[in-house]
Write a protein that binds this ligand. Structure first.
Ligand code: ADP
Length: 699
């Protein structure tokens, strides 16, 4: 009982150790690491979020500052002064426009009355140009009027030509001279003096091409058209195509500052003449040249359109804007508006003391597509490389859809200095990645933890199992020593008792002496049987038990062993039935081992029979086996113990009412011997009815 208690106590100890030394620290470590894990994740998230805020703010500032810088580049008086003088040559103007294209803007300049100074086209109202044109020459005007009266009212063309020449001598500027030449040409044409008229128009074409007549038509074009007309009537066969090409190109380039209706008229006029002339001309080169010219975009037309746009949409808004913001003169102003679904962003600034101490307004229209598709993306590209965030522009109505796809990781900011219709959307991929990473880490962490716990539990189970086994075998061994010593003690005490009796009592009867000797012999036999068993067992345990197989008469060995026990059995009151068949063949076996086997089985039958002392021993030949059966009518063996009785040290737990001593080794040795002979052992038993052991030895 005590060892059992001890083992239970030890098991509890193991469980406690397991709980406190393994499970408790494990839970603590797991808790702490999960805690720090989430802490770390949270703080990284917060860090990334604040980074998103800071970076987004700074990105917005950078974009707007960059735009302000671009704006400042253009909005300075130096730049606009280039446009304020009539002297600006067409090539220089084209260069400036090209330069500006790089800055994605179209500039304009207004005077203080909101007249357009730049871009310049025909019919400009601005004071700057009026002064240049109207240089009055009263004397010339009077004489010129006379000449016109001769020509138009009196139709006296010869007189008119004379009067025109008079005007020519007093004309003080080229414009007046050109007027005169036009009059002369016209009059000569009326007089049908075509060659002279051609002379006049040629002179006009060569000397004064840039000058506009009173109707605002340039002499460079009028003269060609007249020459073409004369050509048609007179068939002079002069080739006017190159001159027409030149005029067409100059028109498109804005060589003449004419109004849009004149522009449209001359363009279509020249085109129709060119087409009919080229058709007639044998030179194929003209056709190619004409096609090239057709495809050249007209910068002057763009100016005309832009001016129209300024007049209809912008100037009114500028007036309103400047009225409201009257006191912040020198600052740049911007406004954003849409006309017919086209967005416009205009920046402007007032320049005081610009020309003649007057105030002028310089401004430009942003190329909205360039702003969206190249300027801002370019700036964002630079920022993105620094911060690792993703920036994009989105129209206000699209922002919702864009950010819904990336909740939490994005920020949407409106522009502040520039009234743009877009929002800046900033996405932090790191935050997305963080979530993915965290999930992955959690998974790995959880997996490792589960594996760890499984291993620990498995370890603990193995520990407990081993410990249980160990304690079981300890208990069995202790039982064994207890049993064996008891077993050894009994025969020894008997031997000693009878030995002493023989020694001390001198007048013992012969009968009594014989009995004493008999007991001594039997007990010492039992003793040696037991010691043999122990020795055999220890040999088996050490792997040193050897068998000597010799062919012999198996039946004789069984019979002899039974005979040597017969006296003992009969003395104990056993009724023996013995059936040994005659046809038992000669087989190979270890004689000593088989004797031991039978003795063990017989002594068990003696030990475990109480009331019915009936023993049956049968030896028969069955097919290829020799079958040995030993049956008794003893206490029997419970069904659940039938397999265990062959285990080492195993002894039945049933209380049989009498003390059957033993070591638990007998049947272990029996089984070993049977196995060594290649045989099989079976036991059939019914508690209270008896047991029957059957052993098959192969022949
Ligand atoms: P021991 O007899 O020394 O206890 P054994 O190995 O010979 O050891 O037997 C093991 C157990 O098998 C016994 O303790 C007993 O309970 C049971 N046993 C063996 N033979 C018999 C039998 N003939 N009748 C009833 N029980 C038996």
């Amino acid at each position: 009982m005590k060892p059992l208690l001890k083992s239970i106590r030890a098991q509890k100890k193991i469980i406690l150790i397991f709980l406190f030394a393994i499970l408790f620290p494990l839970v603590t470590v797991v808790y702490l690491s999960i805690d720090t894990f989430f802490d770390r994740q949270q703080s990284t998230k917060r860090l990334l979020e604040s980074n998103l805020w800071i970076s987004s703010e700074s990105a917005l500032n950078q974009i707007e500052n960059e735009l302000v810088r671009l704006e400042d580049d253009i909005l300075n008086s130096q730049f606009f002064k280039q446009f304020s003088f009539d002297t600006l040559s067409s090539s220089k103007r084209t260069n400036i426009i090209k330069e500006l294209d790089k800055k994605y803007s179209i500039p304009f300049l207004l005077d203080e009355k909101f007249n357009i100074v730049h871009p310049r086209t025909g019919n400009d109202e601005s004071k700057i140009f009026k002064d240049n044109i109207n240089i009055s020459n009263l004397k010339f005007d009077i004489e010129f009027q006379k000449a016109e009266t001769f020509e138009f009212l009196q139709k006296k063309y010869t007189k008119a030509i004379k009067q025109y020449w008079k005007c020519f001598s007093i004309a003080k500027n080229n414009r007046n001279k050109a007027f005169v030449l036009e009059g002369i040409g016209r009059s000569q044409y009326s007089l049908k003096k075509y060659s002279l008229a051609v002379e006049s128009y040629k002179l006009l074409y060569e000397e004064y091409p840039k000058i506009l007549n009173k109707a605002g038509h340039p002499y460079g074009i009028i003269s060609i058209l007249q020459l073409y007309e004369i050509n048609k009537f007179q068939g002079t066969n002069a080739n006017l195509i190159p001159k027409l090409f030149d005029a067409y190109k100059k028109l498109k380039d804005g060589y003449w500052l004419i109004n849009s209706s004149s522009y449209a008229f001359f363009i279509s006029e020249i085109k129709s003449i060119l087409e009919s002339e080229i058709e007639k001309s044998p030179n194929v080169e003209y056709k190619k040249q004409y096609e090239l010219l057709l495809n050249i975009s007209s910068s002057y037309l763009q100016d005309l359109l832009f001016k129209n746009y300024l007049n209809t949409d912008v100037i009114r808004k500028i007036e309103e804007k400047l009225l409201i913001a009257n006191n912040e003169k020198k600052q740049s102003k911007r406004f954003f508006f849409s006309t017919e679904n086209k967005w416009s962003l205009v920046s402007l600034r007032e320049f005081t003391n610009f020309v003649d101490n007057d105030t002028y307004i310089g401004g430009f229209k942003w190329e909205i597509d360039s702003l969206r598709k190249s300027i801002i993306p370019l700036i964002l590209e630079n920022i993105s490389a620094d911060t690792g965030l993703k920036y994009s522009l989105s129209r206000e109505e699209d922002v919702g859809a864009l950010t819904a796809r990336i909740p939490g990781n994005s920020l949407t900011l409106s522009f502040r200095k520039f009234p743009l219709p877009w929002k800046l959307v900033i996405v932090q991929p790191a935050l997305n990645n963080l979530e993915k990473e965290t999930k992955k880490e959690m998974l790995i962490f959880g997996l490792l933890l589960t594996i760890l716990i499984i291993f620990m539990f498995m370890g603990a189970l193995l520990l407990i199992r081993d410990f249980k086994r160990e304690s079981d075998s300890m208990r069995v061994k202790t039982d064994f020593i207890h049993n064996v010593s008891h077993e050894l003690k009994t025969p020894l005490s008997l031997i000693r008792l009878y030995g002493e009796t023989l020694l001390i009592k001198e007048n013992l009867k012969e009968e009594e002496k014989k009995d004493a000797f008999h007991v001594i012999t039997k007990e010492s036999e039992r003793l040696s049987h037991m010691i043999n068993n122990i020795l055999d067992f220890s040999k088996i345990e050490m792997g040193k038990r050897e068998f000597k197989f010799e062919k012999g008469n198996f039946a004789n060995v069984i019979r002899d062993t039974l005979n040597s026990y017969r006296y003992h059995l009969e003395k104990k009151g056993f009724k023996i039935t013995e059936e040994i068949a005659n046809d038992i063949p000669i087989i190979a076996f270890d004689k000593e081992a088989i004797e031991g086997l039978l003795v063990n089985i017989l002594s068990n039958a003696i030990k475990y029979s109480s009331e019915k002392k009936i023993l049956t021993i049968k030896l028969t030949k069955q097919n290829r086996d020799v079958l040995l059966q030993v049956s008794d009518k003893g206490i029997g063996i419970p069904a659940d113990e039938l397999t265990q009785i062959f285990d080492r040290f195993y002894r039945s737990k049933q209380k049989s009412g009498f003390e059957a001593r033993g070591s638990g080794l007998g049947l272990t040795l029996v089984k070993h011997v049977v196995n060594s002979h290649g045989g099989k052992i079976k036991v059939e038993s019914e508690p209270g009815e008896g047991s029957s052991f059957s052993i098959e030895f192969p022949i």
